[in-house]
Each structure stands twice: as C-alpha cells, then as structure tokens.
Design a protein. Structure first.
Length: 220
C-alpha cells in the first residue's frame, strides 16, 4: 500500500514552475492548490491520494489501483466518497499560523505527549479519523481513536515522547521522537475549532526533510 508523503511547507518555495505562460501557470497552480487544500483538510489520506491521482493528475482508475495495490472498483468507491466529502460544507479551519490555530495545536500537543486521552477526545470532531501510513489501519470516531491511543500509551510504557512543531502540506504538523529516536511525522487536519484528522506517518526517515523550529509550543 502506498501513500502520499507529508511535504514540508518550508520547501514549497523551491518547487519549479514549468508551465508555458503566466496565465497557464496561474490556472494550474490555482487548480492544484484548491484540490490539495480541500482534500487534505477534509478527507482521510487514502481518499486524498485517489482524489489527487484521478482528479488532479488525471490517472485512470486502473493505474491508480495498481499504484495503491487495490482494484479499480475499490478506487472508484474511494473517489466517489472523496468527491462527496468535498461537496459537503464544513466549518473552515483556523487561518494558518493564527492565534486560534496555535492554541488548538498547543492543546493537542500537550495532551498527546501526556497521554491525556480525555482532553484529546474533547478536541476531536464527531467525524474525526486517525491513520498511520504505511500501516493500512484507520480509526474513525472518537471512541475508536481513544481506544487506540490508550493502547499506544500502554505500549510506550513511560518512554519519553517529544513533539517538535513544523508544517506539512499546508497544515500544522509535528516531528516525533521516542527516547531521542526519530519515529515519524504527525500531520493534523483542523476544522472549525476542532481536530478532524490525525495522520501519523510511521517513518523516522521523513524527519530529515523537516527543519522543526524550536518554538514555545514545543512539548515533551
């Protein structure tokens, strides 16, 4: 199973622009930006991958199925659900780097590192989800997410978890380490005043692409 990887916001300015002219560049950039922002903020990662590959990049269902290790029928179902979610109106997320976003992200980080499951659940929206690429498992709803987080806390058994704030895919994110060992990246999907999605990329090698800045909201 393959996933779209988190992309550091700090590198966006270095993406080359090879479109043939100003108008074409503007149109292409606007289309991709709107598709990515809407998808990443509103739908689970696997639906996002299908939406981007099919609707933004134009791959046929059969090729996307081969990329994701699934069937064209499954891809079609994911695409239909993704499009339906895109059409459904939701509360807008707080503005990037705004005070409301910083407050929400800080509360999440503090609760997450302290295994304060009750506070984490209180931050989640009713339709919240958690995924852990490249693992295929997804947890939907506060009860399922809380159950997983409790099991994760027991497995960690008191080892120190540290989060360093950064940004990925235009969203707030954290690099993670456990007892000093890099363990991956967490990307948050916010909506209104809550957390709608938690995507924890379980690959410590991803962290070399992020330059997490030491800020007052760092939590250990």
């Amino acid at each position: 199973m393959r996933w779209l990887q988190p992309y550091p916001d700090a590198l966006l300015e270095f993406v080359p622009d090879a479109a043939p002219g100003p108008e074409a560049r503007y149109t292409a950039r606007e289309a991709v930006e709107l598709a990515f922002v809407a998808a990443l903020q509103r739908i689970p990662p696997r639906q996002t991958a299908v939406l981007v590959l099919c609707d933004v990049l134009g791959y046929p269902l059969s090729e996307v199925a081969a990329m994701l290790g699934t069937t064209p029928t499954a891809v079609k179902g994911l695409l239909q659900r993704a499009r339906a979610s895109m059409d459904h109106r939701r509360a807008e997320p707080p503005a990037p780097r705004s005070a409301p976003e910083r407050h929400l992200v800080r509360r999440f980080a503090e609760a997450f590192t302290c295994d304060d499951i009750d506070t984490l659940v209180a931050l989640l929206t009713d339709d919240a989800w958690l995924s852990m690429p490249p693992a295929p498992h997804e947890y939907h709803g506060a009860a399922a997410i809380a159950s997983f987080l409790r099991a994760s806390a027991e497995w960690r058994a008191g080892r120190r978890l540290k989060l360093e704030p950064t940004r990925a895919n235009g969203q707030p994110a954290f690099t993670c380490s456990l007892d000093g060992e890099a363990t991956g990246v967490i990307v948050l999907t916010l909506t209104g005043d809550g957390v709608r999605g938690i995507t924890r990329f379980l690959d410590g090698r991803l962290q070399e692409h992020f330059e997490a800045r030491r800020t007052p909201c760092r939590v250990e």
